[in-house]
Design a binder for this molecule. Structure first.
Ligand SMILES: [Cu+2]
Length: 664
């Protein structure tokens, strides 16, 4: 079988490769069908093609990934910037998260992964451990040119040996891996009618089992990606507006050999969010597969309280029965994978019985959030009887509430409470009226750098003017966008950068995208908001009517990093705003809340995100389709799609804090 597959690579992949290098773009995969990869993703995110071996499932898999910058709340109060490979998305804040998604294919599948570099630095993908042609190895300089911003590259190989693998960026990996460009890659054994979910955002519980997993008697399966990060590195992208300075700071001035990870994550979350994001939910008498990847810089010593799982595979290679050890601590070096079989029969050998059993890296530092315990990658093996559906958390002996309060991780809450010292929160510092006693120096908690992005996005999307009801004239305007229009120090730009239009004029705006990646043209200050967004080279148009006012409106690309790196301009309506300035929208009060309503297009309770096509939210944002974070995620667990909803947004966090189906 393997020899035949190699022959097929030689026959099929080699000419394709030559084409790729000549044309610089992926040839169309004939007869593929777009599949909904997950809510909020573009149709090209996942396409399935022909059944090549005639066994009832598709064997051509084409996945399109972007590289985007996201912000993710890691633990209460700690929002970090990540770069991730995300399924081709749409809109400004795609439904992406760190780690990059777990990708699952079948042995023998002809896999194509197109990397569309939407980001502002070059990247590649290296599929670690899989068998693939040298030209597909993703190592910059050695096997390819790093994929530049605005360009694309298609990795193509035939999935060979079933097992658990790893994919990551191979450009400046000491920084890019830490930043989140990591994910698990799984090759399932070939079986007839082997249908399963190919893309699992954020790793975690597998939504379905492969045929082989069912044959082996598994009841559930989890994809567990252990990550560590140095938080100061993750603060740089938002702190530095100039990409050249960012390159210097992140790749030359930043000395990664002096770095020290301070943030420890399981599937991109730290405790207590791990408990609701990746609880290891089980029932008695089950066999559960844990696929574990250590994508971090440190050795993970994974400890399972109450259980002695069996190692069934190392680095994608199955172990023979006599090699299958049972342990209670599994050491996993950087990039290594272990597959564990977790048995839940209370047999006094492999499992102790039902309950809430802690599961964590036994390197104690990693069970902290920047040195404050409990935190880090701590989660639990939770038996169904101990799961509380209403809170989405395990039933535990004490209370978890205090750990969901950001004040706890700012070090403001006494870790043992106040009663044991017979005092109160107010009285706590009383004994040190003169200030804390002088003591030897020790490392202390750093104050955080405030994250200003949420506010700036809000300001740039507030309505400034409304479309005129009746157009008095018509005009067609062509605007191009791409890397080729960028000026010194920019990455992406529009051409022209300034449009002059009349008042009450109907504009047919034709947007030409000259890059291989997603771009958008939008005028955020105009209500309704004109938007045209698509991926790859080509042109599309949007028609709108200008306001009946002399006003200057800004336009920009909807991909937030593109706007930051140069892709913006202005439209002068009539005589424009006085002195040519853009009117500054009023600033939202700190903690301000806004009520909106619209149609719920997609929900991902685990990611804590919704996509809503909403009307204008007065004072906050024009009418548009937008993805929002929801906190707590339980708010959206039972909401029906396509329903009209009414919601309340906390403006400063740009997070929905209340949402319900509206009576209309
Ligand atoms: Cu863009």
């Amino acid at each position: 079988m393997c020899a035949a597959q190699h022959g097929w690579i030689a026959a099929l992949a080699a000419p394709t490769l030559a084409m790729l290098m000549l044309a610089g773009a992926a040839p169309a995969l004939a007869g593929t069908v777009p599949v909904a990869a997950a809510p909020g993703y573009a149709p090209e995110a996942l396409r399935l093609g022909r059944d090549l071996d005639g066994d009832g499932d598709p064997d051509e898999i084409w996945i399109e990934l972007e590289v985007i910058e996201i912000e993710q709340e890691i633990y209460p109060g700690e929002v970090m910037t990540f770069w991730v490979f995300a399924p081709a998305g749409q809109g400004m804040i795609p439904v992406a998260r760190a780690p990059s998604p777990t990708i699952r294919v079948e042995q023998g599948d002809r896999v194509r992964v197109t990397l569309r570099n939407t980001h502002y630095f070059p990247h590649t993908i290296h599929f670690h451990g899989t068998i693939h042609p040298n030209a597909m190895d993703g190592v910059p300089v050695f096997t390819q040119k790093a994929v530049a911003p605005g360009d694309s590259f298609t990795y193509e190989f035939i999935a060979m040996n079933p097992g658990t693998y790893f994919y990551h960026c191979h450009v400046q990996p000491d920084v890019h891996i830490d930043m989140g460009l990591v994910g698990m890659f799984v090759i399932e054994p070939n079986r007839p009618d082997n249908h399963f979910t190919n893309i699992v955002p954020g790793a975690g519980p597998m939504p379905d089992l492969s045929r082989a997993a069912k044959e082996t008697g598994y009841d559930r399966e989890y994809s567990l990606v252990y990550m560590d990060a140095e938080s100061p590195l993750h603060r740089l992208p938002l702190a530095i507006p100039d990409p050249r300075e960012l390159e210097w700071r992140m790749h030359r001035d930043y000395d990664s050999s002096q770095a020290r990870a301070d943030t420890f994550m399981l599937n991109g979350r730290s405790f207590p969010f791990t408990l609701r994001d990746t609880p290891i939910r089980v029932a008695p008498d089950e066999k559960v597969r844990l696929r574990v990847l250590n994508s971090g810089e440190r050795t993970v010593s994974l400890h399972t309280h109450g259980h002695h799982p069996i190692i069934t595979a190392l680095d994608g290679t199955d172990l023979a029965p006599e090699q299958r050890l049972s342990r209670d601590v599994f050491t996993i070096g950087p990039a290594q994978r272990v597959d564990l079989e977790l048995r839940t029969t209370a047999d006094d050998r492999y499992a102790s019985g039902p309950g809430v059993w802690a599961m964590h890296d036994h390197t104690e530092l990693t069970v902290t959030n920047r040195g404050l315990n409990p935190g880090g990658d701590l989660t639990a093996i939770i038996y169904d009887d101990h799961w509380d559906e209403t809170t989405g958390l395990p039933k535990v002996a004490g209370s978890l509430a205090r750990f969901f309060d950001p004040a706890y991780y700012r070090g403001e809450v006494p870790v043992f409470g106040t009663e044991i010292f017979h005092t109160t929160a107010e009285g706590y510092g009383y004994g040190w009226a003169e200030g804390p006693e002088p003591v030897p120096d020790y490392p202390k908690r750093d104050p955080r750098v405030a994250d200003r992005r949420a506010e700036s996005i809000l300001e740039s999307h507030r309505t400034i003017a409304r479309s005129c009801d009746k157009a008095r004239s018509k005009r067609r305007i062509v605007i191009s966008g791409g890397t080729e229009y960028a000026r010194e120090g920019e990455l992406f730009a529009f051409s022209p950068r300034e449009l002059k239009v009349g008042r009450c004029e109907e504009i047919e705006l034709v947007f030409k995208n000259e890059d291989d990646v997603r771009h958008a043209f939008m005028i955020p200050g105009l209500n309704p908001m004109p938007v045209v967004e698509f991926t790859g080279q080509g042109s599309r148009s949007v028609t709108f009517v200008t306001p009946d006012a002399d006003v200057t409106l800004e336009f920009h690309c909807h991909v937030e990093t593109h706007q930051r790196m140069g892709m913006e301009g202005r439209m002068i309506v009539g005589a424009g705003s006085p002195a040519g300035s853009t009117p500054a929208p009023a600033e939202a009060e700190p903690g301000a809340r806004f009520v909106g309503s619209g149609v719920l297009l997609s929900v991902d309770a685990r990611l804590g995100r919704v996509v809503i096509d909403h009307e204008e939210i007065e004072g906050f944002m024009a009418a548009m389709t937008m993805s929002y974070a929801v906190e707590p995620p339980e708010l959206v667990r039972a909401l029906p799609l396509d329903a009209r909803v009414r919601f309340v947004i906390d403006a400063n966090r740009r997070t929905i804090v209340e949402i319900a189906v509206s009576g209309e």
